[in-house]
Ligand binder design. Structure first.
Ligand code: ATP
Ligand code: MG
Length: 367
């Protein structure tokens, strides 16, 4: 998958323009607040989702204007295609190959990107909720069944938690807990098995990328840590039994707390560099490299599903990285089209092949 050109009008602070992109690496260079992230966001919007900054759609329109228009020409499955999105206030219109679509969701099947932005550093730095969200987000995107089971699991979990609180007041209700345990364990077993399988795939690819970024100096490892022990991913019935046993073991705690203390909603992934937790012991550069490796690994797994490589949007990745690590990102990611922003003259000089775009107060020029 690759972007061939990008056109925009009244999009955030970007001056009306059409740019023709390189099929491999595109560096977007400029000082702070010039429009680099806006340009990446513009590409990202063609994936059919919302702004990766979580902005409302009307915020995408230039402050002084009433509408915005963005257009992408891209190649997917060896076919040249185009998509256009028009924003007018709270309304959005999507056209694919000139045909108006009912909703933006139709873009999802057409064009895909993986984005890294500095907020993703929380994957290493923050608590387990972010890491679970990373796994669940990817799995929900890949498998409809996972999305359904995940939503079911959360519903049942909420109901079980409400019941735990009620039992404290009305102990007779305890007999009804069994049915919720049964359902929770059924859906939960599937979620755990899928997450472990996905984490295994991520691990292999992330190892490969991290060793590239770190010049073979570091080993990255990812391990799924479940509240249910000794899991055989090929035996859902056995996982369910273990989950049920653990729910019974923790019943006192759960009743005391008024919520469920075991299950995939309490699981985590450990991100280890040279065997040590990146969160506690990793340097800034190591943490950044680990998250980048995870995101690149996510892109690789996605490529297998799409049978095509998604476009990589790397925002502000180069800061905190030494020149060898930067060189890997700029020149050694094979087969992907990459868009990478930077604000240091020295960083952009490292680009060996590809296009350099300079952004100055919303005006984009090719160098
Ligand atoms: P940094 O290096 O600091 O990340 P950047 O080049 O990535 O900077 P952007 O995030 O792309 O900068 O934003 C550039 C400018 O766009 C901001 O100063 C912001 O005020 C402006 N901007 C955002 N939305 C709009 C809008 N709807 N209309 C006009 N300008 C906007
Ligand atoms: Mg930015």
């Amino acid at each position: 998958m690759r972007v061939n050109s990008l056109e925009f009008e009244n999009f955030r602070n970007l001056e009306k323009n059409k740019i023709f992109t390189d099929k491999n690496t595109n560096v977007i260079f400029g000082e702070n607040a010039q429009g680099k992230t806006n340009l990446l966001e513009c590409i990202w919007l063609f994936c059919g989702g919302h702004s990766f900054r979580g902005s409302a759609e009307k915020e995408l329109i230039n402050f002084n204007e009433k509408f915005a228009k963005i257009k992408l020409e891209f190649t997917s499955q060896d076919r040249e295609q185009n998509a256009e999105i028009r924003y007018t206030g709270n309304k959005k219109e999507v056209f694919i190959n000139g045909v108006k679509k009912k909703s933006g969701a139709s873009l999802i099947e057409k064009f895909s990107c993986v984005v890294f932005s500095p907020e993703h550093l929380s994957l290493v730095k923050a608590g387990p909720g972010i890491r679970r969200k990373f796994l669940d987000g990817a799995l929900c995107q890949q498998k409809l069944k996972y999305a359904k089971y995940f939503s079911k699991y959360n519903q049942i979990l909420n109901q079980r938690n409400a019941l735990l609180k009620d039992i404290n007041k009305h102990p007779k209700l305890q007999v009804t807990l069994e049915i919720w345990n049964e359902n929770l364990a059924s859906f939960g077993a599937y979620i755990i098995a899928e997450r472990i399988k996905y984490a295994e795939k991520l691990k292999e690819n992330a190892k490969f990328f991290h060793s590239g970024i770190s010049n073979d100096r570091e080993t990255l490892d990812i391990e799924y840590v479940s509240t249910i022990k000794e899991i055989n991913v090929d035996n859902l019935e056995e996982i369910k039994e273990k989950f049920l046993a653990e729910l019974n073991n923790k019943l006192k705690d759960d009743l005391y707390n008024g919520y469920t203390t075991v299950g995939p909603h309490r699981d985590d992934i450990n991100i280890l560099i040279n065997g040590m937790k990146a969160k506690n012991f990793g340097s800034q550069g190591q943490q950044r490299s680990a998250v980048l490796s995870l995101k690149l690994s996510e892109a690789t797994v996605l490529s297998e599903i799409l049978e095509e490589k998604p476009v990589l949007l790397l925002d502000d990745v180069l800061s905190e990285l030494d020149s060898k690590r930067q060189d890997y990102l700029l020149n050694k990611i094979d087969g992907y089209q990459v868009f990478i922003t930077c604000c240091e003259h020295n960083d952009k000089k490292q680009l060996q092949d590809g296009k350099l775009f300079v952004v100055n107060q919303g005006r984009i020029t090719e160098e």
